[in-house]
Design a protein around this ligand. Structure first.
Ligand SMILES: CC(C)(COP(=O)(O)OP(=O)(O)OC[C@H]1O[C@@H](n2cnc3c(N)ncnc32)[C@H](O)[C@@H]1OP(=O)(O)O)[C@@H](O)C(=O)NCCC(=O)NCCSC(=O)c1cc(O)c2ccccc2c1O
Length: 141
């Protein structure tokens, strides 16, 4: 049974649009902050050193399906899991719900990269120590 990582957050006024519902871009901000909280919960940071090397995770794909509206002051449950672990990439899924009502499902794929100051990032295989840390959160097929 994969381990789950769940966070709750309230929809703030600044997250909403003129229709009074959570704006689509706000879901992407929520997804990113849940992901960062997940990594901090494992003792990692967005600026991380793994096996002595500076590693970062630029995104190559991001999407979100919107199922029902969320209003200001709704409290959303955000359930984070890892859908796929590739050679260099990993794909997260974040399910948002409000009191059991499905609100949105987002997916982000990012690629493990070495980061340089003077040239573009270069993808590199996910480090073994990192895979060991996150493997318990990989969803079963
Ligand atoms: C990232 C790149 C350097 C990768 O280039 P490369 O040529 O090495 O990539 P490949 O084509 O070989 O693919 C590697 C890997 O990814 C999978 N993949 C590629 N495209 C997709 C896709 N569309 N959907 C799903 N999967 C895809 C491919 O199958 C391979 O998987 P394997 O597991 O089999 O190896 C290069 O692509 C690049 O530089 N792209 C631009 C990146 C970018 O600018 N992104 C936007 C900004 S990043 C950002 O906002 C950001 C946010 C955060 O919250 C961060 C948090 C922590 C760290 C960094 C963050 C961050 O940068």
């Amino acid at each position: 049974m994969p381990q789950s990582f769940t966070r709750q957050r309230m929809v703030e006024f600044a997250d909403t649009d003129m229709a009074g519902i959570m704006h689509f871009a706000s879901f992407f901000h929520y997804m990113e902050s849940v992901e960062h909280e997940f990594f901090r919960s494992l003792g990692l940071s967005v600026y991380t050193q793994i096996e002595g090397k500076a590693i970062s995770f630029p995104r190559v794909a991001a999407k979100c399906d919107f199922k029902s509206p969320a209003k200001c002051e709704d409290v959303l449950d955000a359930n984070f899991k890892i859908l796929r672990l590739g050679r260099t990439s990993l794909t997260y899924q974040i399910d948002f719900s409000c009191e059991g009502r499905p609100v949105a499902t987002g997916e982000i794929t990012c690629v493990c990269c070495h980061i340089f100051h003077d040239r573009p990032p270069e993808s590199t295989p996910l480090p073994a120590d990192f895979v060991k840390l996150i493997e318990p959160f990989v969803a079963a097929d």
